[in-house]
Design a protein around this ligand. Structure first.
Ligand SMILES: *[C@@H]1O[C@H](CO)[C@@H](O)[C@H](O)[C@H]1NC(C)=O
Ligand SMILES: *[C@@H]1O[C@H](CO)[C@@H](O)[C@H](O)[C@H]1NC(C)=O
Length: 101
């Protein structure tokens, strides 16, 4: 069965302009485990992305955390783009400093 991923994008620490932070893209609830996660900053691909090990739950859905270091500049937008066999178009979740909670 194909189960589509939930995607959440949030900063690890509260956002302070000019202060190093980590942006998380937490993806869970999907099946099968093959998945591709990339980030873009203002529409430009970010090359260096770290991911945790893929873990699965008792219901056989999977979860994965991808993250990148960021230095908030007060105006940039970051997108997490998820490609998975359960969805026809990539999921694109954008996190922007101007509308960060
Ligand atoms: C994702 O959305 C952002 C903001 O709308 C856009 O700039 C970016 O080009 C989109 N990326 C992809 C791969 O769709
Ligand atoms: C970030 O997104 C907001 C809202 O869509 C837009 O007004 C702003 O120009 C974007 N910032 C950059 C640096 O592209």
């Amino acid at each position: 069965d194909l189960i589509h991923p939930n995607v959440q994008v949030y900063s690890y620490n509260p956002v302070v302009k000019g202060k190093k932070n980590i942006l998380h893209c937490y993806v869970d609830g999907f099946h099968p485990p093959e998945i591709k996660i990339t980030f873009q900053k203002n529409g430009v691909l970010i090359e260096k992305v770290e991911t945790t090990e893929l873990t699965f739950r008792l219901d056989w859905t999977f979860e994965l955390l991808a993250y990148i270091p960021i230095v908030p500049d007060g105006k940039s937008n970051y997108s997490c783009i998820v490609v998975h066999s359960s969805i026809t178009a990539p999921k694109n979740v954008t996190w922007g400093e101007c509308f960060a909670p």
